[in-house]
Design a protein around this ligand. Structure first.
Ligand SMILES: [Zn+2]
Length: 87
């Protein structure tokens, strides 16, 4: 049985940053990949499908947003720290 899947082209960019975690203060490195697909539903404000360069701009904007957020290490993000227990 054949299955059909529509695969849209995607725009991907990796971002990384390092520094002290804003929660526990430990030095950490985080990386993320922002991926947006180029598809007919991803449209501009005037209803036109976005081209690759426009989608890439969105990806960069998302990356900048991520970089502007306080740095949180993986352990803190996943809530695995001991000092966050409720008493
Ligand atoms: Zn942390």
């Amino acid at each position: 049985m054949a299955t059909y899947r529509i695969v849209f082209d995607t725009v991907k960019e990796g971002f990384s940053r390092s520094g002290r975690c804003s929660v526990c203060g430990k030095y950490c490195k985080r990386r993320t990949t922002i991926e947006h697909s180029i598809n007919p539903y991803n449209v501009t404000k005037d209803g036109r499908p976005k081209g690759r360069s426009e989608v890439y701009k969105d990806v960069l904007a998302k990356g900048a947003e991520w970089e502007a957020k306080p740095l949180v290490c993986r352990a803190c993000e996943e809530g695995k720290t001991d000092d966050q227990q409720t008493t």
